[in-house]
Design a protein around this ligand. Sequence first.
Ligand SMILES: [Zn+2]
Length: 499
Amino acid sequence: MKKLMLLTICVAILSVIMPASAQTNKYLLKIIPQPVECNLSPSYYVPFTQLTIYTDDTEAVAWAEKHLAQWYKKEAPKVFQKSYTGKSTKSGAYSININSNGVVICAKELEGVRYALYSLRQIAIPERNTLKVEGWIVPVGAINDYPTMKFRGMHICWFPETEEFEIERMIRMAAYYKLNYVVLEPWGTYRSKVAPWLNWDEAPITKKSIKRLVAIAKELGVTIIPQLNIFGHASQSRSRSAKHSAIDQRPCYQPLFEPMAGWNWCLSNPKAKEVIEAVMVEMLEDFGNPEFFHIGCDEAQQPSCPECLKQPYSKLFVEHIKFAHDVLAKHGARAMMWQDMLLEKGDKRWTDYKANGTAETAKAAEEMPKDIVICDWHYRAGRKDYPSYSYFKELGYDLLACPWKNVSGIVAEARAIENIGAFGMLGTIWHHYYGYDIASIYTNIAGATWNPSANFAQHNGFNLFKTHQRHISWDMKLKKYYQFGIQNYQIPDNKATYK
Ligand SMILES: [Zn+2]
């Protein structure tokens, strides 16, 4: 009742102070992802000096105090706790009411309190007319919000060229945009103890780095999922680079890989399975035993070794997937894999699709364990329909839509995957983690996974992202010129096209 009264007062105030046309103010600080219901004044701000949290989760109150102190220093609002009075049963749901009496948030658990605070941080600005920050103000209004998709993820690549602060920044941005999973794919950069020869000598990802990043992510509401490509992409390098993280530096390990470029693991070699199992188990432990593990499996080639050619490749492929699935299941994790080898190239159902399979590998879709999560990637403009979604769903799989940077594709895939009630979405960045692309991918994946039916692609995403990433750079206490902004250097040199 109290909440309803607050909302009514807010709406009454807003109707007096805010003409309808003002709400279209393009300079209004918007929230990413766009909340389900949001009515904020573009010009009427009140001091953010106290925050009342209606929740029964004391851990959530401690989390709020800790993070508000970190964000706002000595100007942090004072926090008061009251018993939860909300009715929403949706995981992650929260509401915010702001008026001249102060700021009130209502959320049953830590997850919702965290999301409420992320929204508040995006709309709070320093008091005006001072030289330095002396306090914070927030716009009068109300927000009622909850996530739509259960799995809201971003796939992040750690190349040898990538620095740890860049990975941390992307993880923190994922959390700030209310994503709850990050798949972290090392590109020959994971410093394995059981198979150190598998990765580049310069591999930067130490156990200490991983444990630090996993802890930061968990604190912010994100689970990090490790990835190891167990089929194609065994070179752990971009195809066009012609590099191979294992056999360029150590040719003695060639039998583990197909003779043709070493692109595929040799599926008939039991020693390859031993290595894959040992590294997967090691990674699971380093990543804090998450509930998922990504096994890659995209863009594999046909076999070129006599042993793999002796038998149907589909049989070897299915056995290999089952082997990885069982290893992971034994450690409490579900396998995730890309879909393209499970769709036959040339099959008319998948016209204009990423279908890289043969009739042989496509058979695996029917024979694999159905608790594998299929990551269905399409990087083109939005289509009217996505027949592979219903194909995999009818076979019994949980399914994630995985777009890249095409915005119409992100919008169409989000709505299509939501329409069939699938698991969620996993955005991808690949090597485009600078400039407009990173801003567009993050803002649009956030909107697509949180509130896919909204007009999220209409946001002024670039300016918002710049502001939000600056918040993250403050949290990380970054100091150096090249660590700020969305380009490391304003004038790229020949060594770093994207940096
Ligand atoms: Zn082979």
